[in-house]
Ligand binder design. Sequence first.
Ligand code: GDP
Length: 349
Amino acid sequence: GEQEISFGIEESLKELAQLADTAGLMVVGSSFQKLVTPNGRTYIGSGKVTEIKDAVHALDVETVIFDDELSAGQLRNLEKAFGGKIRVCDRTALILDIFNQRAATHEAALQVALAQMEYQLPRLTKMWTHLERQAGGQVKGMGEKQIEVDKRILRTQIGVLKKELETVRKHRRQYRNRRVSVPIPVVSLVGYTNAGKSTLLNRLTGANVLAEDRLFATLDPTTRRVQMNNGKEFLLTDTVGFIQKLPTTLVAAFRATLEEISESSLLVHVVDISHPLAQQQIDAVDKVLSELDVAAIPQLMVWNKVDKASDSQKIKIEANNREDVVCVSALTGDGLQDFCDAVQARLKV
Ligand code: GDP
């Protein structure tokens, strides 16, 4: 893929495996190939197709997932090459599946449905050309017409969804405006998926937000009240996590979920410092934040999972430690008082 310079193929495949696990699949193996240009028909080369075909049959595999987006033709050719019963999908479809499973609010459900339809639109050919083949060419041209009809229906549905989404967003904005008039500051948790945002929220509020060792445990912003030492309160909001390789089509669809953070008094950037790519994850989050026009909002960085970080990781972290960093373990409760004090100091309430 094009954005693999900093993360590398193996990291990307590891994240893909985590995504598959999140979607409820059991991963039995992975493989990659370096090509100057992907094969137009099958994305991978013919030798690799055979290799994977043999492996999936030996291991009784049901699904083969590609880390990059595949065209309708590539999906069809690969499914045919692997022998019918094996489902072939790509990273985008997998992430859409997960979003679909996890969409908790009406707005999120609409966003997922919209992204799914936009993904399907250029891939509609598959089913109809398949039927044409089954009919032995007798209905030649019928498939083409049907594709056009289907595309028109899908485009109409996309238009309807977009309108509905706009209405829902307008409502949320009105609701938010009312909430802002209540003098309770809003603190937003941002950060990489699996950094420990839900765990931190649970720890601080006792709220029952789903915490799992899986990607996308949190999809929708969830807000809870937290009481500080001085008796004053703030609202703590959890946001959807970032992943290293989020397809661009999905970035646009889910940006709205992050719109809320522009209303915050403070952004808390939660980092899993035990992660070997902690620095890259920080950079990726910072990049998205810089695109969201939130530069004026103060930030607090939290190094989470200090209980799990190795000594060498800690040394590295201490080396570029900044004064605006608080170290915590959301799991053991270590440093949570420091965290609350740091929030209180920055909110100046
Ligand atoms: P989120 O995606 O940022 O909301 O992350 P979660 O809160 O779901 O946490 C992801 C995983 O990391 C879960 O398995 C948590 O139990 C684990 N976790 C969270 N905080 C800590 C911590 O301080 N130490 C350790 N060892 N694990 C943690």
